[in-house]
Design a protein around this ligand. Structure first.
Ligand code: DGL
Length: 273
């Protein structure tokens, strides 16, 4: 069993999971993160369940070689399709992003009309709808797949007229249906939050599941006596970042998102796991 000083494994298909890593760093700053982004095979959102499950298992096997004490699936698509498989594969605590996101959206909606924007995979899995209506069966869940958002984010087009136009087309249908809450159901999307907010205005609350996911992780580590109580700067080790391709591009992106110029990213041949 790993000790409390062991890191947390956090993973995504690319840079999106950094939005979750950032929130974990803010809420539980003593915890060290080993991050993996599958930049060679992103996007996952339009791939089949079988492929996503296979990729997820490879990432989990890699992270297990890093002696992590818990796993955070910082990707809605992998959480929706493969969390059960991950739980079967490892005996560590595993936290996904879908359930925490569903919970916070239900607590926020007033008119019980919740929009979900996510990948084709996440929308197709029906997971958000299932979790939301389990909590409150009277809520209407309106899903919209936004397959172009992930590539736009991976290309760094966060503030760009092309992204604004794509967002306008995707969101129109949901806005016409009078939603008052919108779940950013892909960990890449919070990076588009300013553009999304401009479109939906003050009437619609944007839900970023990352905050609630980090809170749930903190709660789980606390309840299980697994928190790292040594201050981060006394641990003599830093967060670690791994990708399956284009390490330098990832480093530049991560430096910006995490506001940290000391990031060093290593490339892993994930197909061998
Ligand atoms: N960031 C991921 C998610 O939360 C996946 C995006 C993708 O690879 O398509 O769903």
């Amino acid at each position: 069993m790993p000790d409390n000083g062991a890191p947390i494994g956090v993973f995504d298909s690319g840079v999106g999971g950094l939005t979750v890593a950032k929130e974990i760093m803010a809420q539980i700053p003593n915890e060290r993160i080993v991050y993996f982004g599958d930049t060679a095979r992103v996007p996952y959102g339009s791939k089949s369940k079988a492929t996503i499950t296979k990729f997820t298992k490879q990432i989990v096997r890699f992270l297990m070689t890093q002696d992590v004490k818990a796993l955070v699936i910082a990707c809605n698509t992998m959480s929706a399709y493969a969390i059960d498989e991950v739980e079967k594969e490892v005996s560590l605590p595993v936290i996904g992003v879908v359930k925490p996101g569903a919970r916070v959206a239900v607590s926020q909606t007033k008119n019980k009309r919740i929009g979900v924007i996510a990948t084709e995979g996440t929308i197709g899995s029906g997971m958000y709808e299932r979790f939301i209506t389990n909590i409150d069966p009277t809520v209407n869940v309106l899903g919209k797949a936004c397959p172009l958002f992930c590539p736009l984010v991976e290309e760094g087009m966060l503030d760009d007229p092309v992204t604004d136009e794509v967002a306008r087309r995707y969101l129109k249908e949901l806005m016409d249906q009078d939603i008052d809450t919108l779940i950013m159901g892909c960990t890449h999307y919070p990076l588009l939050a300013p553009a999304l907010k401009r479109l939906v205005g003050d009437k619609v609350r944007l839900v970023n599941p990352a905050y609630e996911t980090a809170r749930e992780l903190k709660e789980m580590l606390t309840e299980n006596g697994m928190l790292n109580d040594k201050p981060f700067n006394e641990q003599g080790k830093d967060h670690e970042f791994y990708v399956s391709d284009l390490a330098d591009k990832f480093t530049r992106f991560a430096a910006e998102i995490l506001d940290n110029n000391g990031i060093n990213t290593r490339k892993v041949d994930i197909e061998t796991y």
